[in-house]
Ligand binder design. Structure first.
Ligand code: ADP
Ligand code: MG
Length: 249
């Protein structure tokens, strides 16, 4: 289980998330949604221990080695001259080791993962030569190799065609069937309602957290939008808690 306890995270003293509390239901599919700049990526990075909280924290009984994290596509460099199979093998980097070769068994697992994401025949292609949809499939194959208990996905379907999105959603449902906990930052309300039982709605503060139907209500969405407009109005100045709190009824 992953519990968020009164978490505040700031960048150069500007809070990107403040006083967030809640817990991710183990084995559930949870969507994280909210306007641009509402702290969604910051939340995922905090769960992974990549950012230091300025208040509160994250508690989990799952070791970080059993957590997998897929960053937003804009944060991934794929100019690397790396072949698809090697990129997938990096999913078990800690077992392969930086200088050790991959065993035959691992190669077989990597090929099975490449098959599972529908990229059979692409094993020796360089990742730079792939379309963005194909590359996202490679990253999912890498997640398959990690065999993680908790899987965090930051905008996994952004700019993906519908076939890729469908194939990746199928993998997410398989993970769910296997009892893994999945947390995904998403934008499409209809997709969230159709596939995710739990939702966290952020607007730097927590607007709502719980069963999707109870979170994605018009008043909650409206409140998130109003909070986001308040940041735009004050883009040049520091957002104190007072400014944000004063912007909604
Ligand atoms: P989201 O993923 O919801 O779009 P982020 O978590 O990326 O939001 O960012 C939340 C806020 O923190 C934004 O205002 C963003 O500009 C700011 N921010 C994010 N990363 C940094 C950073 N590395 N340095 C300074 N500010 C940042
Ligand atoms: Mg983001």
């Amino acid at each position: 289980m992953v519990t968020i306890d009164n978490l505040t995270v700031s960048y150069r003293q500007h809070p990107a998330l403040h006083h967030i509390s809640g817990h991710f239901v183990a084995g559930a599919l949870t969507a994280v949604i909210g306007p641009n700049g509402s702290g969604k990526s910051t939340l995922l990075k905090s769960i992974m221990g990549l950012l230091k909280p300025s208040g509160g924290g994250v508690r989990t009984d799952t070791p970080r080695s059993r957590m997998a994290y897929l960053p937003q596509a804009t944060e991934i460099d794929r100019s690397f001259p790396l072949q698809v199979r090697d990129c997938v093998l990096l999913g078990c980097w800690s077992t392969v080791g930086a200088f050790g070769g991959a065993s035959r068994g691992m190669r077989a697992r990597a090929d099975a993962a490449i098959h599972a994401v529908g990229l059979e025949g692409f094993e020796a292609r360089t990742v730079g030569s792939l379309s963005s949809g194909q590359f996202q499939r490679v990253l999912f194959a890498r997640l398959l190799m990690q065999d993680a208990q908790v899987i965090l996905l930051d905008e996994p379907f952004n700019a993906m065609d519908s076939r890729t999105t469908g194939a990746l959603l199928d993998l997410i449902h398989q993970w769910h069937t296997q009892g893994r906990t999945v947390v995904a930052v998403l934008h499409d309300d209809a997709q969230v309602r159709a596939h995710f039982d739990q939702t966290v709605l952020l607007a730097r503060e927590l607007v709502a957290w719980g069963p999707t139907a109870q979170v994605l209500t018009e008043p909650n969405l409206q409140r998130a939008r109003l909070l986001a407009e308040a940041w735009d109005d004050n883009a040049e100045i520091c957002h104190t808690d007072e400014v944000v709190a004063g912007s909604h009824p």
